[in-house]
Design a protein around this ligand. Structure first.
Ligand code: B12
Ligand code: SF4
Length: 533
């Protein structure tokens, strides 16, 4: 059979990273079938393009995976591909939460021939075999003979053939505007390509935050791959980057990479011992970032960015969404510990919680401005189906758009918050993005780490410009030109620093160090460290 695995575009941003599920399903599809992968975020295609693709490539079976926010787009794509003659199977979190929707048993017309509920590692080969026999069932569930859910233990993890996968659609270098690429090249960043690749070391999260689908979907017992299997995968990725003259960074997509710190330390130690060190990003909650030895291992094994779901600076808000393990009073110290090692954080905040008032954006951003620089991201509390939050709001009659995903609008509320209006909550999010990513804020952030190595500052700057695009449309050339013009001062300062470091490395670092000592009385640490140490 010819099989297409398709992820619809999210309608907001271009993806910086491919979806793991596609590679995973491809690697467990029997070799006799030909599998095509299309990620709509990298390769946008409308319904007629998809229909033509199905006809041209004679696709028999299409597998679609979509988050809730992409459901409506996914359904349209499915309709077009079913009309073109393919059978369509849906999988992933959204259809697991509302399986009757794509099967046409709710208000929606039917969009899928079948749905795969939950983790599909064991069911996908069955689906493929059934499709080949022309005997697709409507629902596939990962259950044993007694109907009890079975979760893959990940001990026998499939080999993803990274060496052979075409990653060109995800080459981040090709997204950097040409003038900026030229400058980076001149200051020594000469890689031909740069990829961020998803890799999982475990699944599951026991914390059960009210707004999150993970505990419901993956369960509260955590399953790990063996250290060897993760390390081998990293070594293969590293070899590929070397072969291509490029760079590969790993995104550990585990929901809480350090949920068992002892085990994560053992993995990081093994990565270091086997020289499987690549730049990596991972999601770790703030409460697990206190152990100094662990933080050293993060740095030594290549850790560069940690995604921390801070959600709110108010303890009452956190308690309201069952996330009291987050302690806002500890945030700054956690970030300082990371920054003193040259590791920075992507800090995520949610507005529209019950304790929020109309000043939430300014109160939050003021705190952030006193922390080491990082990449704050802001969103609105969103009730995903089958979460405790959704059920509670439904019971309280507060859902204003109960099927918000069928009318998806980014950064728009779907329920009425308590201490703030819907319009105000949306305004707060806009203001937080504006304030955090203004040219002034970016310059101020970089000033805090002006004594750190040039590469660290250049990456921080590039990441800030890219992250701004999560909220502000930044996909057209003209939008980038304006952005670069607004930040021209910082760009010139960085170019100067980069060139100085290239032609006169010892001089440039001693100037930085002297400046630092003069200003702060300390050596190479971010300025905000002074407050807590
Ligand atoms: C990595 C990740 C991202 C990446 C992007 C995705 C990518 N390129 O990988 C980034 C960081 C950008 C991201 C952003 C967001 N994310 Co996210 N993300 C994840 C994360 C942590 C891992 C995804 C993953 O690879 N999992 C591992 C694979 C193996 O699992 P899987 O994808 O579920 O696939 C398995 C099954 O679902 C099934 N399956 C999946 N698809 C298909 C398709 C078919 C045909 C079949 C048969 C089976 C099947 O088989 C797979 C193997 O068992 C998940 C949480 C999680 N643990 O999954 C959240 C998650 C997917 N994200 C979520 C959310 C909400 C978001 C954001 C909206 C957050 C925000 N407020 O901004 C944004 C939106 C991004 C956008 N613009 O579209 C939610 C989605 C909930 C929902 N119901 O839609 C999740 C589940 C986390 C959560 N807190 O609930 N995310
Ligand atoms: S800690 Fe993260 S992954 Fe776990 S339940 Fe909370 S939000 Fe979800």
């Amino acid at each position: 059979m010819n099989i297409l695995l398709y992820s619809p575009d999210n309608g907001v941003t271009r993806n910086f990273m491919p979806h793991l599920w596609m590679f995973l399903l491809k690697s467990i599809t029997p070799a006799k079938h030909k599998v095509f992968l299309i990620d709509g975020n990298a390769q946008p295609m409308n319904e007629s393009d998809l229909s033509n693709f199905v006809k041209e490539k004679k696709i028999d079976l299409v597998g679609i995976g979509a988050m809730t926010r992409m459901a409506a787009r996914a359904y349209k794509a499915a309709d077009a591909m079913r009309d073109a003659g393919a059978k369509v199977v849906f999988g992933g979190p959204h259809v697991t939460e509302v399986p009757d929707e794509p099967l046409g048993r709710m208000d929606e017309p039917r969009h899928a021939d079948a749905v795969a509920l939950g983790e599909a590692d064991a069911t996908w080969p069955v689906i493929v075999a059934d499709a080949e026999r022309g005997a697709l069932k409507e629902k596939y569930e990962p259950v044993d003979q007694n109907g009890k859910e079975v979760k893959p233990d990940l001990q026998d993890y499939p080999l993803i053939p990274w060496e052979a996968i075409d990653l060109e659609q995800f080459n981040l270098i090709s997204h950097i505007p040409r003038p900026l690429r030229y400058v980076l090249n001149k200051v020594g960043m000469t890689w031909k390509n740069l990829h961020v690749v998803p890799i999982e070391s475990g699944r599951g999260c026991p914390y059960g935050c009210d707004f999150c689908t993970v505990t419901g979907f993956f369960g509260d017992s955590i399953r790990y791959r063996t250290n060897k299997s993760v390390v081998d995968e990293l070594l293969r990725l590293k070899a590929r980057a070397r072969r291509d003259g490029g760079r590969i960074a790993a995104f550990f997509i585990d929901d809480n990479f350090a949920i068992n710190v002892k085990r994560t330390k053992s993995l990081l130690r093994e990565m270091i011992a086997k020289d499987a060190v690549v730049p990596w990003v991972a999601q770790i909650s703030a409460n697990l970032l206190k152990d100094e030895e662990f933080l050293d291992l993060i740095k030594k094994s290549g850790g560069q960015w940690i995604f921390i779901g801070m959600e709110s600076i108010d303890t009452a808000n956190l308690a309201g969404v069952n996330k009291s393990f987050n302690k806002p009073s500890e945030y700054e110290a956690v970030l300082n510990r990371l920054a003193s090692r040259g590791v920075y954080a992507i800090t995520s905040f949610i507005f529209g919680m019950d304790g929020d008032s109309p000043d939430v954006a300014n109160r939050t951003v003021e705190k952030i401005e006193n922390w080491p620089p990082g990449l704050p991201v802001y969103g609105l509390l969103t009730p995903y189906p089958a979460t405790p939050l959704y059920d509670r709001l439904a019971k309280e009659g507060r859902l204003t758009r109960p099927l918000h995903w069928l009318d998806f609008r980014p950064f728009r509320m779907a329920f009425t918050p308590k201490g703030i209006s819907i319009a105000q909550a949306e305004k707060e999010v806009r203001h937080a993005w504006q304030r955090s990513y203004s040219p002034r804020a970016i310059t101020a952030s970089l000033r805090k780490i002006q004594h750190r190595p040039f590469a660290e500052r250049a990456v921080m700057f590039a990441a800030k410009l890219a992250f701004r695009g999560i909220y502000f449309p930044q996909m057209k050339k003209i939008q980038w030109i304006m952005l670069l013009a607004q930040n021209s001062r910082t760009i010139f300062q960085l170019i100067f620093a980069g060139l100085l470091q290239r032609v006169w490395p010892s001089r440039s670092s001693s100037i930085s160090e002297k400046k630092k000592v003069k200003e702060t009385g300390r050596t190479s640490e971010p300025r905000s460290l002074r407050k807590v140490s």
